[in-house]
Structures are given as C-alpha cells and as structure tokens.
Design a protein around this ligand. Structure first.
Ligand SMILES: NC(=O)c1ccc[n+]([C@@H]2O[C@H](COP(=O)([O-])OP(=O)(O)OC[C@H]3O[C@@H](n4cnc5c(N)ncnc54)[C@H](O)[C@@H]3O)[C@@H](O)[C@H]2O)c1
Ligand SMILES: O=C(O)C[C@H](O)C(=O)O
Length: 341
C-alpha cells in the first residue's frame, strides 16, 4: 500500500506536469478513482480537510437519470462526498464526473460486492436503480424486476447506513416505497420520516404546465401534487395553485434528474437545520386511511418531520382523490405482500 507521503509525492509529480500533453498521464491516475485505489485515500483526506457537507450515495448512478443526477449533485455545495454505485459502467461515470472542479469528492463502486462500501457512512441515499418503462408499459409492469432490485439495495441501507435519509425514485414508486418500508421493518430500523418516495417530477411538470398557461415564470408557481406517482394516483390540486388563478413517453431522465436534485437539495437543507423546507413526497401518512400518501411535507434534521393535510379540495379533486386512493391501495398492498409473502 502506498503511504500518504508517497501519495503526496506522486500527486506533486503529476501536478508538475500539468501541461496539455501530460493530461493523458493525469487522466490515467484520475481514472483509477475507484474503491481500493491509492487515489481513494487522497480523496478521504480532501473530505476530512475540505468544507463541511453531507455524504450522498446514488444507487443506479450510471443510468439515464443517474448520470445527470450525479453531475448535478457534484455541483451541489452541500455535498462533500458523492458515492456512485451501479452494476455497470460505474468506473467510467465516476472518472468523468470526478473531473468537475467542484468541492465534492467522488468515488465509484461497481457491483454487489461493493454495495456495502458504497453505503457506509452516507447521510442521504438516492435510488434511481432499475428498469424504466418502454412504450406501451405501465409503471406497474416494472414491478417484477424493480421490486427485487429495491429490496436488495434497501437491505444494504439497513445494514450500512440505517440513519440515512432515503430518496426512492425507482418505479413503481407506489409499491417500491412500501417494499422499502417492509425491508426496514424486518431489519428493525424503520423510521417512516426517513423514507421518501420522490414525486417531485410531478410537481415540476405541473408547475411548468400551469406557468405556461398563465404566462408566468414556473419558479413563481406552486402546484401541490398529492396521492402517488402513477396514472390516476397523480392528483394535482389546481384549486390550490399559487399564485391563485381562475382558469386553467418513454421515460424522463433529464427533467427527472433535475427533479431529484431539487428534492435531494431540499432534504440536505432540512438535514442542515434550515427552517421552512417544504416539498411534496410519497411518505408514510395519516392524511388518508392509506398507510402511504403523497402530500406536502416539512423536511428537517430527521427527514419528513411534518406531513401536511390536503387542504380544501374542489368537487373535481374530491372525485380524483377517490379514484387515486383505490389504485394506490392495491399498489401499496402489492409492495407489502412482496416482502411479507
Ligand atoms: N419517481 C419518478 O418520478 C421517476 C421518473 C423517471 C423515472 N423513474 C424510474 O427510475 C428508474 C430508472 O430510470 P432510468 O431512465 O435512469 O433507467 P436506466 O435503465 O437508464 O438506468 C437504471 C440504472 O440502474 C442500474 N441498475 C440496475 N440494477 C441495479 C442494481 N441491482 N443495483 C444498482 N443499479 C442497478 C442500471 O445498470 C442502470 O444504470 C426506472 O424505474 C424509472 O421508471 C422514476
Ligand atoms: O413514466 C415513467 O415511466 C417515468 C416516470 O415515472 C415519469 O413520470 O416520467
């Protein structure tokens, strides 16, 4: 094993050659920023000496969502360490992202044997791992493959970072969140506040569409989207749009990465202790008779510290709510049975 003095000398040697022709040499070394390499220990030093921040892992980091999500999290000043895990292509994505001259230290982890190292010590785990829909499929069609993937990843979280906040993106969210909850219950570490299904894309879309209709900047618009994340369970409460108004394919990856970062950033601000951080999320809930439901939640040091009520609904929304609850109940049950069976 290389000593830290030797590592320092080696890095100094590399730095001395920081001229364009020598970028090949530098790249060679940077491309070894995978677990177990000597560069990793340098990364550890930077993490300790660098600006304080949170440790974040992305599981499924080489995918359509994972890659732009990793890029955006590397740009987030609240992140000090970024772990990128996938069953394919993690080394290449890690090398690529690590070249960005922002503060977060990036480390890559490839395949199941490295899952535990990827998760150990993490404050926030974001999960976009699993298969996406193809044309003609429903999100529920993904259940058979993604349920097993989410179970395995959550078993790792239960073992290695049981206090982490979990942002679950993998579809069908209406079932994968209950699956995660059951895995955590089995492991005896379930904290409902720390498990959040990411429904931010629905909010981001609703804000954008409503802003377009109203001729506003989407950043000025706030549309609560409640229920769940599939078909009729996605219920935008247009009667509660702010500012108030009188009228009114394949799988997303880039807008989803944006939405995931928006939500993850809110979780990190909550962890930091910022006041008044509120987002919609699919969480354990008593707002309806169902055990999970998406509404606005207040994010704090412990995750979803307060789950808000639905507020007044108009007639159209009340009918939508009943339809949403019926489908949601079946999806939740399906997830629970997958683990309890
Ligand atoms: N919650 C939402 O709003 C929302 C929005 C868009 C997509 N999604 C869902 O997110 C998931 C990912 O979508 P995508 O477009 O990035 O898919 P993708 O196929 O491009 O990427 C998925 C990644 O997961 C990895 N993966 C597969 N099995 C894994 C395992 N066991 N451990 C770790 N990584 C594993 C794959 O190697 C791949 O890199 C899909 O289920 C999709 O339906 C959710
Ligand atoms: O629709 C999908 O399959 C992906 C995602 O859930 C979305 O809302 O775009």
């Amino acid at each position: 094993m290389e000593s830290s003095a030797e590592a320092t000398q080696r890095i100094a040697r590399i730095s001395a050659h920081l001229l364009p022709p020598n970028f090949q040499v530098l790249s060679f070394h940077l491309f070894s920023i995978m677990e177990g390499s000597s560069i990793l220990r340098r990364a550890d030093c930077r993490a300790k000496g660098g600006a304080p921040g949170f440790k974040v892992a992305i599981l499924g980091a080489a995918g359509g969502i994972g890659q732009p999500l990793a890029m955006l999290m590397k740009m987030n000043p609240l992140v000090s360490v970024l772990h990128l895990y996938d069953v394919v292509n993690a080394p290449g994505v890690t090398a690529d992202i690590s070249h960005m001259d922002t503060g977060a230290v990036v480390r890559g982890f490839l395949g199941q044997p490295q899952l535990e190292n990827a998760l150990t010590g993490m404050d926030l785990v974001i999960i976009p791992a699993g298969v996406p829909r193809k044309p003609g499929m429903t999100r529920d069609d993904l259940f058979n493959i993604n349920a097993g993937i989410v179970r395995t990843l959550c078993e790792g979280i239960a073992k290695c970072c049981p206090k982490a906040i979990v942002n679950l993106i993998s579809n069908p969210v209406n079932s994968t969140v209950p699956i995660a909850a059951e895995v955590f219950k089995k492991a005896g570490m379930y904290d409902p506040k720390r498990l959040l299904g990411v429904t931010t894309l629905d909010v981001v879309r609703a804000n954008t569409f409503v802003a377009e209709v109203l001729g506003l900047d989407p950043r000025q618009v706030d549309v609560p989207v409640v229920g769940g994340h599939a078909g009729v369970t996605i219920l935008p409460l247009l009667s509660q749009v702010k500012p108030p108004c009188k009228s009114w394919t394949g799988s997303a990856t880039l807008s989803m990465a944006y939405a995931a970062v928006k939500f993850a950033d809110a979780c990190l601000r909550g962890l930091r202790g910022d006041a008044g951080v509120v987002e919609c999320a699919f969480v354990a809930s008593e707002v309806t008779e169902l055990p999970f439901f998406a509404t606005k939640v207040r994010l704090g040091r412990n995750g979803a510290e307060e789950v808000y009520q639905l507020g007044p609904l108009n007639e159209y929304e009340r009918i939508g709510l009943e339809k949403a609850k019926k489908e949601l109940e079946a999806s939740i049950q399906k997830g629970v049975s997958f683990i309890r069976k």
